[in-house]
Design a protein around this ligand. Structure first.
Ligand code: AMP
Ligand code: MG
Length: 443
């Protein structure tokens, strides 16, 4: 089922611009020294959200992106009800200087309305979640109430502890019938799924999950299972990218390693563009590359080759490969294992979120005090692997995880976040606050 996109969902909803048109609109665009900001701005114009909807059972909707606003069909809670086990009464009866005696005239259980009427001087024993009996507005929790004589049907509410309306939940205080409960573009977290369930909605309209094809390039790259050979390394990028793509909620098309040979590359890019909404590759995009990857990207697509003012990372190819009516977005990442993860986190992740139709707020950066001095050159963005912890004074601190080489995955594994040293920033002294992009399980 194909439906038109929600209007104004993204500024990128206008017809797709060519890469040179996007570049013209970006002030200070320099493909040979692109700032991280420019990369994000460029990709925000490049990527078109998928706009096909799926209707899925709520139990299968976790992590999906809502395709339509959800207007509450009912109010939650549907009735005023009790937040505690206790005694429901009229707040106006409360005495200020002495206990208020109230005669218990019945019991209201959750799940059915109590039908009696309550006169002045009377109350109703009530259970948590039970509908408030007509005319009653306040609940005295049972642990506050004094029962002087267990045989008596009168309870005493101590003075000074309660006000009218206490321990009563109002109808619609969570969700009001007719008002929007969730907006299109919201990711369905466990809380959001619970909220939709509270509205009684068994199915939900979500955007189709984007398909993301990935392959590694490079003749020195070994697939797992192959015998080690001199000068060759095992393909780790395939596994880091697969994890990051799937953690976002995209569908992965895993294409393994593709040999650095024109016909193999042409076949792989063609297959990927036929099947996928986005293509991610690693390797073969640096300036000195003698291989065929860049040439094939250029032949098949509208592609820009960048040198980004960042570390690690630097080379990256982006663009589109058109197949008939459809175009697949292309992200040609560098080969170094940490550079792949960092460029994914900084650039591909927000671009894929846009592809998913997810109106994701920017990842909040944490501020932590650096436990060490960090060397940093202004004029590029640096990402260092860090461990955030709480110091003895209860403040956040961050330490780097040792060897920051762009091929060193072990320091990535130890890290729980990336210290982001901004474009204009210089050296960091011990105790300076730095920004940290926390992994939160996605890297
Ligand atoms: P490249 O960007 O192709 O020049 O690769 C840079 C470095 O990353 C080289 O040392 C490659 O061997 C390494 N590399 C490239 N692709 C992969 C991969 N899929 N898995 C692990 N290392 C890789
Ligand atoms: Mg290479």
């Amino acid at each position: 089922m194909t439906t038109p996109p929600t209007p104004n969902l993204f500024n990128a909803m206008s017809p797709a611009l060519s890469l040179s048109e996007i570049a013209e609109r970006l002030q200070g665009y320099d493909p040979q020294a692109l700032s991280a900001r420019h990369v994000n701005d460029f990709l925000a114009q490049l990527v078109q959200p998928v706009c096909e909807q799926d209707s899925v059972p709520l139990m299968q909707a976790h992590g999906r992106i809502l395709a339509q606003d959800v207007v509450s069909p009912i109010s939650v809670p549907p009735h005023d009800n009790s937040a505690m086990d206790g005694y429901a009464f009229r707040g106006t009866e409360l005495l200020t200087n002495q206990p208020t005696p109230l005669k218990v005239v019945g019991t209201a259980f959750a799940g059915a309305a109590w039908q009696g009427t309550v006169q002045a001087g009377e109350c109703v024993r009530i259970m948590t979640g039970a509908i408030m009996p007509a005319g009653l507005d306040t609940v005295a929790p049972q642990e506050l109430v004094k029962i002087a004589d267990p045989k008596s049907d009168t309870v005493h509410i101590p003075p000074g502890l309660l006000q009218t309306g206490d321990n009563r939940r109002l109808a619609g205080e969570d969700l009001m019938a007719g008002l929007p409960a969730l907006r299109a573009g919201t990711r369905l977290t466990p809380a959001a799924c619970g909220l939709l369930a509270s509205l009684g909605l068994p199915t939900v309209s979500v955007w189709r999950r984007p398909k993301v094809a990935y392959f590694s390039t490079g003749d020195e790259i070994l697939s797992l299972g192959e015998a080690p050979r001199e000068g060759a390394v095992y393909d780790s990028n395939r596994y880091t990218v697969a994890g990051m793509v799937q953690a976002l909620g995209c569908e992965l098309i895993d294409m393994g390693v593709v040999r650095d040979e024109p016909s193999a590359l042409e076949q792989a890019f063609g297959d990927a563009a036929d099947k996928a909404d986005a293509i991610i590759t690693s390797g073969g995009v640096s300036v000195g590359e003698a291989d065929h990857t860049k040439a094939m990207m250029k032949k098949l697509g509208d592609v820009a080759f960048w040198r980004i003012a960042m570390r690690p990372g630097r080379p990256m190819a982006v663009g589109r490969i058109q197949r008939g009516e459809r175009a697949a977005a292309l992200f040609g990442l560098p080969g170094n294992p940490v550079a792949v993860m960092v460029t994914f986190a900084a650039f591909v992740r927000p671009a894929l979120q846009q592809l998913m139709g997810w109106q994701a707020p920017p990842l909040p950066l944490l501020k932590a005090k650096s436990t060490e001095a960090l060397r940093k050159k202004p004029g590029r963005t640096e990402y260092q692997r860090g461990i955030v912890s709480t110091n003895a004074a209860g403040h956040l601190q961050v330490s780097i995880t040792g060897n920051q080489g762009s091929g060193v995955l072990s320091s990535m594994v130890q890290a729980n976040g990336l210290i982001v040293l901004g474009h204009t920033q210089g050296h960091v002294a011990v105790g300076d606050e730095v920004d940290v992009m926390m992994f939160d399980g996605h890297l």
